[in-house]
Design a protein around this ligand. Structure first.
Ligand code: NAD
Ligand code: IPM
Ligand code: MN
Length: 340
């Protein structure tokens, strides 16, 4: 971002706050009040992934994940945009066939501050048989569905004007209401072709015929799962950025992936989702489109130059990939971006 800022002649101020495991270690809280305030007072929040084995046994309210959820809730970032775009350079990196993934461009709009993630009641209790049970509540109000539906319809309009609403209305009341409200909101967008799909079918169709999707709108947990699945169309979870937008105030920009503890410390993590998240932040959060283009350009240039992190190289598909640069070289990538 600094390099892009210098070239664009844009200045910006960066302050850092603790969240997740680092915050727990330093303060005992996954989202210290100080961090939330810092975020509130900023124009945009760029979030690195949280989580790790070290904190997996903590009580639910003290886990790193709760820090992230509280930040999303605290800033009321209800609309999570997760684009899954297959870049031409990475068509062969997908675990699916070239002819299936070529040209895929899906925008998943995930409701982020409601649904089963936040519904009450939730918790653990003992049932009549003396057995422990865990429970959560999947709940959406009409206004919550309305506001995410409006975001999705407006976005669809700027794309190919096709919106698929994904739910489980054959079983769940919460989804019956979801479908009803999305249909009602859709009356104000007659130019957008709205279709409805059950989430189990959607999970299959995203793999079978991903090009049939343009914009997809869904609830919190379905969007979480579908976006990880859609990431494999692009080659890797390490490619997917996201933007979480509020009605007013700063948005949160973060990769779709987590902290990848299984590969931590090996210097093999793909930084592109993070770089692309910074690009989304420049475009949507800071109104610096020139910088967004430079950051996206850096990713394209690095790929064009043949750089691949390990996650983008499936066995047997290594032709054409520069094996001398298996690991992403920041300096080389910057150079490549500079040439553009
Ligand atoms: P994960 O996304 O961290 O990793 C899933 C798989 O994808 C792993 O095999 C990992 O190595 C790989 N992967 C992820 N990002 C990658 C990258 N940039 N480059 C290369 N490979 C990458 O999900 P997980 O393993 O289920 O969860 C690990 C931790 O991360 C948990 O504590 C979880 O709660 C947390 N998490 C955080 C976020 C977030 O901060 N937004 C998102 C998801 C999971
Ligand atoms: C994501 C993550 C988070 C979620 C977790 C870490 C709370 O999986 O951003 O997709 O479930 O929303
Ligand atoms: Mn997730």
């Amino acid at each position: 971002m600094r390099a892009a800022g210098e070239r664009e002649g844009e200045g910006f101020e960066v302050t850092e706050g603790l969240i997740g495991g680092a915050a727990i270690d330093a303060t005992g809280q996954p989202l210290p009040a100080e961090t939330l305030k810092l975020c509130r007072d900023s124009d945009a929040v760029l979030l690195a992934a949280i989580g790790g084995y070290k904190w997996d046994t903590l009580a639910p309210e003290l886990r790193p994940e709760r820090g992230l959820l509280s930040l999303r809730e605290g800033l009321q970032c209800f609309a999570n945009l997760r684009p899954a775009t297959v870049l031409p350079q990475l068509v062969d990196a997908s675990s699916l066939k070239r002819e299936v993934v070529e040209g895929v461009d899906i925008m998943i709009v995930r409701e982020l501050v409601g649904g089963i993630y936040f519904g009450q009641p939730r918790g653990f209790r003992t049932n009549d048989a003396g057995e422990r049970v865990g429970f959560n509540t999947m709940i959406y109000s009409e206004s919550e569905v309305e506001r995410i539906a409006h975001v999705a319809f407006k976005l669809a309009r700027k794309r190919k004007s096709r919106l698929t609403s994904v739910e489980k209305s054959n079983v769940l009341e919460v989804s019956m209401l979801w479908k009803e409200v999305v249909t009602r909101v859709g009356q104000a967008y007659p130019d957008v072709a709205l279709s409805h799909m059950y989430v189990d079918n959607a999970a299959m169709q995203v793999i079978r015929n991903p090009r049939s999707f343009d914009t997809l709108v869904t609830g919190n947990i379905f969007g979480d799962i579908l976006s990880d699945a859609a990431s494999m169309l692009t080659g890797s979870l390490g490619m997917l950025p996201s933007a979480s937008i509020a009605e007013s105030g700063p948005g949160i920009y973060e990769p779709v992936h987590g902290s990848a503890p299984d590969i931590a410390g090996q210097d093999i993590a793909n930084p592109m989702a993070m770089v692309l998240s910074a690009a989304m932040m420049c475009r949507y959060g800071l109104d610096l489109p020139g910088m967004a283009e430079r950051l996206e350009g850096a990713v394209t240039a690095a790929l064009d130059a043949g750089y691949r992190t390990k996650d983008l190289m499936s066995e047997g598909k290594r032709e054409g990939i520069r094996k001398d640069h298996v690991e992403f070289q920041y300096s080389a990538a910057n150079q490549a971006a500079g040439h553009k």
